[in-house]
Design a protein around this ligand. Structure first.
Ligand code: FMN
Length: 352
């Protein structure tokens, strides 16, 4: 590859696109493409990887691409490049797929925070393991809130009993709707993988922490499509309410932090920004030793998404719900999801 007359090196481009690829995405769909033009990396949506049932208006696709944009930017910053995230004049355009660019302006040393977050990119994984009882200290929560605010978004922590009960009800309701929707189940099945070497989608080993039964205040997404034997991760089935032998039920119930990440407006640019904020919050959580996983069911459906926002007691739009806590280290880490190779997502465009 000829990179004459450019500031960015081939190795830096490779590393940035690889780091971007490690971002979280809905069902590990990795719905992004990159093009290199001179010193600019252009991010587009790969609409062939859209999820029309769970994400008919591409909101979660934009959130996923925003997280990839943040990782790409962090990788270039950690390499000492001065990089601007440039939004398109009219914002992201789903009809053409064009979303935003990373423009390299020259050289500038990274801040300590940028280096720390960039180093966490390879360490961050969605952690569906049970969390231990330890509460997350207020300082850590403040850091997460600042991470969201650094990208122009907000993070609301559901602390009141009423709000947490409301969230549990909304998640259960969304779960019920989705598991009675054959289109949802068919789409989910196309993104769950039995091949452990699959480079996209979610494998069984990743979706299921294997620690059963787990009693949790909030149900995780069931990637088995309801076909799993016995209660799955975060099950809240009939057994969850029974006082059978063993420690008192309340000692066994997981009570994670419940965080709602949101934006003041809800246009494509806001959703892309929410993805950047999500990426930053998750990396900040990783550096603090926290486990996180989305509780996405309630924001898949517009009606419950609106109610999630009212549960936080504020205005604006919920973009993502996260569970956070300290993972139970006696449960082995989940097998990390894999990614498509850089050669599949990066195109070089000649400037002549
Ligand atoms: C917009 C969005 C929604 C997601 N929703 C859920 C969800 O509802 N439940 C869940 O367990 N994981 C959810 N995830 C996490 C993805 O499944 C995960 O990022 C993907 O499988 C890649 O794995 P990794 O995060 O470990 O790299 C979501 C991620 C994104 C970006």
């Amino acid at each position: 590859m000829s990179m004459e007359g450019t500031t960015i090196s081939a190795a830096q481009v490779q590393a940035a696109v690889e780091s971007a690829g490690l971002a979280p995405s809905i069902h590990n769909s990795q719905p992004w493409k990159w093009r290199l033009r001179g010193d600019t990396l252009e991010l587009s949506a790969d609409l062939s990887r859209a999820l029309p049932v769970i994400d008919p208006d591409h909101r979660q696709l934009l959130v996923s691409c925003g997280a990839a944009l943040l990782n790409g930017w962090l990788s270039l910053r950690a390499a000492g490049l001065d990089v601007e995230v440039a939004e398109l004049p009219d914002g992201p355009d789903i009809s053409t797929g064009r979303l935003a660019t990373l423009q390299v302006l020259g050289n500038r040393p990274p801040t300590e925070d940028e280096s720390r977050l960039a180093a966490a990119i390879t360490q961050r994984h969605t952690d569906r393991r049970p969390f231990g009882p330890g509460a997350v200290p207020a300082d850590e929560i403040r850091e997460l809130r600042h991470a969201a605010e650094a990208e122009g978004c907000w993070l609301s922590v559901l602390t009141g009993e009423d709000a947490r009960v409301e969230l549990a009800v909304l998640l259960a309701r969304a779960d019920w709707f989705e598991h009675h929707d054959p289109h949802y189940l068919a789409e989910l099945a196309t993104w769950t993988r039995t091949d452990p070497d699959a480079v996209d989608g979610i494998t069984w080993a990743t979706a299921d922490p294997g620690a059963k039964p787990q009693y949790a205040e909030f149900p995780l997404r069931d990637f088995t499509g309801g076909a799993g034997a016995g209660p799955g991760p975060g099950a809240t089935g009939a057994g969850a309410g029974r006082a059978d032998a063993g420690p008192a039920l309340d000692d066994r119930v997981e009570h994670p932090e419940a965080l709602v990440l949101g934006t003041d407006a809800d246009g494509p640019a806001d959703r892309l920004r929410a993805g950047r904020a999500l990426g930053r919050v998750l990396l900040a959580a990783t550096t603090a030793g926290l486990g996180t996983s989305p509780l996405g069911q309630a924001v898949d459906i517009e009606a419950t998404r609106t109610l999630v926002r009212s549960a936080t007691g504020g205005a604006g739009h919920a973009q993502m719900i996260l569970r956070a806590g300290y993972p139970d280290r006696s449960v082995p880490p989940l097998t990390p999801t894999k990614r498509r190779p850089v050669s599949e997502v990066l195109e070089h465009v000649s400037m002549t």
